[in-house]
Design a protein around this ligand. Structure first.
Ligand code: BGC
Length: 745
């Protein structure tokens, strides 16, 4: 079709007609179609709303936001959720829903963490893959976003994220890689920010070298809304669709650039081909499906129930037995905080609140407002009223968290504290009633200086329109909580690895903590945390038995290691456990995190029941990105494999020894060292012979076992090879010349 299109027509296809629609070419039967937000439900602006009208959209099911649904550790459930979102989109003739949003949580302060999934790229990648598959299976495209290194809101549209190659490969790209290779999203959305000096929207390395050439991506690369800087450079770098399109200004630039010879038309054709492929996918089957909003509400409740994380439950304060006197405290119980602000904001089809939902089981519950959602200043009268309600009850449930103004797309938090009015209320209620439960509604970690005085804490995140019903079921014991943290809750902001380098200056943020993000940092430096990555309690207990590690990874990267163990529900109620498998390399040739998540499985077990769970680990699970080789590599040596209930709760530990990957042959120079030569098994003998040669020239120079001897030995191994000549003279120079010839043969 592109052959019958004029240049103007082709260029016109490459930018939006308006905020949400692509352009049509009626003469060729090309339709205009809609894409819209977002990651946890559809935000389709009302027909009247042409530009940004964030809160004026038609009703759609509001599922828990990303921070919540990632905490389910349940890809199948996430796929079911995304499927429902896709069905709602189809019913409204929306062809692409702009999500999932999967940027790594570098700092707990990022205003958009409520939308994002995890601090861990493996978990984020697995959840994203399920999300994309679930949605695309019903014929609605995903747009995995924001590619890449968009880890803060502050300065997001201009800042240059300076990220070293290894960190990019090991932390900020793998979730995208996993999702894109595994689920083939119809579109990928590039981020606003620059990456290492170049806007992501025109970053050749990111959009073509990595995304297209390495990962084999054939879909459409859409800009984040207004992220296009230099349209022509963007096209060359691999960008396809500019959104929202600026009234055709850039279409004309593209045409001019081709006509003046500045831009090869093949770049336009390439983007048009991808657009046409998307067009084909998007117009596949668009009969509007029937769906039952009540069923989707019930699904939103199920997702919320698995999203909630029981952080603490001393003396088994939860669940609350039927018939107990309950005081429900805090205005969030009537005005829930259930979603975040910005482009993901949904008009829900319904909205539950805890005051109503809990009354079903506890009809006599007493409600006290405790604070006003409008004010951070503690209101002593409201607190006094709450305290007396708490005193008169068997159990006091305090609803606390962050109000809208604390976290949103577009800005970051300044600190990790709760509003002072919530903190004062929690402290007062906990003093009045030892059986106090705090239910938190927030999109990202908060400090909890009050935690030692509160026996039970339930993290609900932003639980969506049915969240309150799920929380009520957990409180009443109708649902056994099974969420696990997809991020670490640090004790203090100052403990976070990027504390000194976040958010940088308006034009530049340096990711100086490197690969040590989240638990990779806390575990490596043995820092105490408030609640670790992977943590989450249950009303039952689980025991792990019989770890088995089998298989191997071959030097050419083939092979798999299978890890299996048995989990037993040793309590008296049914429950779900997520078994987490971490790999901890023991013989490091480069700095490595203490451990990394490489597999997980969630199992549902009746009381007394047990199940065998297993995961299969490929070469990547053991690899690090070796920038010298420009490749992923497994180091030779020992690896501990842990079957854990959280990152800080390894239940079973096994070990495997791997041979390590072949290294690609490199060219050897006088500036290389013998210690590098030694890393290549096939060159080992050369290295040893060379050492012997050097020693023979320094006979009796030092006594074995002395500091001098160690110094010489270390120096010979670590000096540039030219040292052979410099220490020994002409004979050394001859030796060196021949050595380099042999190494490079
Ligand atoms: C956000 C995207 C969103 C787009 C359209 C941008 O500001 O960063 O996530 O999809 O707007 O609303």
């Amino acid at each position: 079709m592109k052959f019958t299109m004029t240049l103007e027509e082709k260029a016109s296809l490459l930018s939006g007609k308006d905020f949400w629609f692509t352009k049509a070419i009626p003469r060729l039967g090309i339709e205009s179609w809609m894409m819209t937000d977002g990651p946890h439900g559809m935000r389709k602006q009302k027909a009247s709303a042409e530009m940004v009208a964030l809160t004026d959209s038609i009703p759609a099911t509001c599922f828990p936001s990303g921070a919540g649904f990632a905490s389910t550790w349940n890809p199948a459930l996430v796929a079911e959720m995304a499927r429902a979102m896709g069905i709602e989109a189809r019913a409204e003739d929306v062809r692409v829903l702009l999500g999932p949003a999967i940027n790594i949580k570098r700092s707990p302060l990022c205003g958009r963490n409520f939308e994002y999934l995890s601090e861990d790229p493996f978990l984020a990648g697995e959840i994203a893959k399920a999300h994309i598959e679930g949605m695309q299976n019903v014929g609605v495209g995903a747009s995995v976003k924001h590619f890449a290194a968009n880890n803060q809101e502050k300065f997001r549209m201009a800042v240059d994220a300076v990220v070293d190659e290894r960190t990019l490969r090991e932390i900020y790209l793998p979730a995208f890689e996993r999702a894109i290779r595994g689920a083939k999203p119809w579109t990928v959305m590039c981020a606003y920010n620059r990456l290492n000096g170049t806007y992501c929207s025109q970053n050749q390395k990111l959009l073509t070298d990595i995304l297209r050439d390495e990962w084999g991506y054939d879909g459409v690369l859409v800009t984040d809304w207004t992220a296009c800087d230099d349209r022509v450079a963007g096209l060359v770098a691999g960008q396809d669709l500019e959104m929202p399109g600026n009234g055709g200004v850039n279409d004309r630039l593209v045409v001019e650039a081709v006509r003046s010879g500045k831009l090869d038309e093949s770049f336009v054709d390439r983007a048009v081909e991808r657009l046409l492929l998307l067009q084909e996918r998007a117009t596949g089957n668009h009969t509007a499906p029937e769906f039952d909003p009540e069923a989707h509400h019930a699904l939103a409740k199920r997702v919320a129930a698995e999203s909630a994380i029981l952080l603490k439950n001393d003396r088994a304060v939860l669940p609350v037995a039927h018939g107990k006197k309950v005081a429900l405290i805090g205005e969030f119980a009537k005005k829930p905080r259930y979603q975040g602000s910005g482009s993901s904001h949904i008009t829900p089809t319904r909205l539950s609140c805890l005051a109503d939902a809990l009354t079903v089981t506890f009809p006599d519950l007493a409600y006290a407002r405790g604070y006003s959602v409008e004010s951070d200043v503690p209101d002593q009268a409201l607190i006094a009223e709450a305290v007396s309600a708490a005193r008169a009850a068997d159990v006091a449930i305090v609803c606390a968290g962050l109000t809208d103004i604390y976290e949103s797309e577009g800005f970051d938090r300044q600190h990790m504290r709760l509003p002072a009015s919530h903190v004062a209320l929690i402290e007062a209620v906990a003093q009045a009633n030892p059986a106090t439960v705090v239910v938190l509604s927030n999109g990202a970690p908060v400090e909890m200086p009050w935690a030692p005085r509160v026996p039970s804490i339930l993290e609900a995140y932003l639980a969506g329109q049915a969240g309150a019903e799920a929380i009520a079921d957990i409180i009443a014991g109708k649902v056994n909580p099974s969420g696990k943290l997809a991020e670490t809750f640090p004790i203090r902001l100052e403990d976070t690895p990027c504390y000194l380098n976040f958010p940088g200056t308006p034009q530049r943020v340096e990711y100086r903590e490197g690969i040590f993000v989240g638990y990779r940092h806390y575990d490596s430096v043995k820092r105490e945390v408030l609640f670790p990555f992977g943590h989450g309690l249950s009303y039952t207990t689980f025991e792990y038995e019989d770890l088995a590690v089998s298989g191997t990874i071959h030097p050419d990267g083939t092979g798999t290691v299978t890890v299996a163990c048995t989990v037993r529900n040793t309590g008296v109620v049914a429950g779900k456990e997520t078994v987490q498998f971490y790999v901890s390399p023991k013989d490091n040739e480069a700095p490595r995190p203490e451990q990394e998540l490489k597999g997980f499985t969630k199992v549902s077990l009746d009381a007394g029941e047990s199940a065998r769970v297993s995961v299969s680990l490929d070469a990547r699970a053991f690899s690090w990105y070796d920038i010298d080789q420009g490749a992923w590599r497994v180091s030779a040596g020992r690896y501990e494999i842990r079957a854990s209930s959280s990152s800080r709760d390894a239940r079973l530990v096994g070990e495997i020894v791997l041979e390590g990957s072949y290294r690609q042959k490199k060219r050897w120079y006088r500036t290389d060292t013998l210690s590098e030569v030694l890393l290549y098994p096939e060159l080992r003998k050369e290295a040893e012979d060379t050492l012997k040669f050097i020693h023979s020239k320094f006979a009796n120079a030092s006594r074995p076992g002395t500091a001098e001897d160690l110094m010489m030995e270390t120096m010979f191994l670590e000096m540039p090879l030219r040292g052979i000549s410099q220490f020994i003279g002409p004979e050394g120079e001859d030796y060196l010349t021949r050595l380099l010839e042999r190494l490079n043969a």
